[in-house]
Design a protein around this ligand. Structure first.
Ligand code: PEP
Length: 247
């Protein structure tokens, strides 16, 4: 197996259900900020579906790519309120987040009860539409406490990814559920252990493509901890929720 060239990091924002047209001016500020610095990362912002078309029209080109936060696994049909991968692509999206823990969460706790099988269908739909997927995996606090983190993350990874994955169209985001929006972050050792485990699993299954795939960390990333988190081995960028609302 060949040693991968240096992996270019990706920093992706996840605006969740926040933002209307007026908030896109924050991205003008981001664009101006990026122009002032030598920034060796790809940058994407996954805005609400209603804003993708407007963001794409802001002509940031590859400097700030636009993304969706979910897509349906089917191409089209009777799925009221859902958005297909092709629709996101048509609106200008380059990326889509799939399997976010807020969608995997049980319906009774406000989520959508999405299984890894469903996530896999969404990845396939995104591939077919020509979108790149950010596939989220991560353990619950109870699973972390019971020592099941690697088992849970390994199973999510195995079941959420189709066999046809390349480093160009798939990015993994490790997001411990207990760290999302909570202000808590795992220790450097904990992140390093999970990212190392994911890298091994990807390389075993996909060979060179797995060795070159980006693995993002997500969960309470903010300006004060980003540099330390990005310096951890096998951390190839970040998925940023709350903090991405500010340029
Ligand atoms: C997320 O929503 O993917 C996320 C990581 O959120 P936050 O940064 O707010 O914890």
């Amino acid at each position: 197996m060949s040693v991968p060239k240096k992996i270019k990091p990706l920093v992706a924002g996840n605006w969740k259900m926040n933002g209307t047209g007026a908030d896109l001016r924050e991205l003008r500020r981001l664009h101006a900020g990026l122009a002032k610095h030598k920034f060796g990362c790809d940058v994407a912002v996954c805005v609400p579906a209603t804003l993708i078309h407007r963001l794409s029209g802001m002509k940031f080109g590859a400097k700030i790519m636009s993304g969706g936060q979910d897509c349906h696994g089917a191409e089209k049909g009777a799925h009221t309120g859902d958005v297909s991968a092709e629709m996101l692509k048509d609106a200008g999206a380059k990326w889509v987040i799939v399997g976010h823990s807020e969608r995997r969460a049980e319906v009774k706790s406000g989520g959508h009860g999405e299984t890894s099988k469903k996530v896999r269908d969404k990845v396939l739909a995104a591939q077919k539409a020509g979108l790149r997927s950010i596939v989220c995996v991560g353990e619950l606090l109870a699973e972390r406490k019971s020592g099941d983190t690697l088992k849970v993350v390994g199973a999510q990874l195995r079941q959420s990814l189709p066999d046809t994955c390349s480093a160009a169209d798939i990015v993994i985001a490790y997001e411990p559920v207990w760290a999302i929006g909570s202000g808590l972050t795992p220790s450097v050792e904990q992140i390093s252990a999970v990212h190392g485990h994911i890298r091994k699993a990807l390389t075993r299954r996909f060979g060179d493509a797995g060795a070159a795939m980006r693995i993002l960390y997500g969960g309470s990333v903010k300006p004060s901890n980003a540099a330390e988190l990005m310096a951890i081995a096998n951390v190839n960028g970040a998925l940023v929720g709350g903090a991405s609302l500010k340029a």
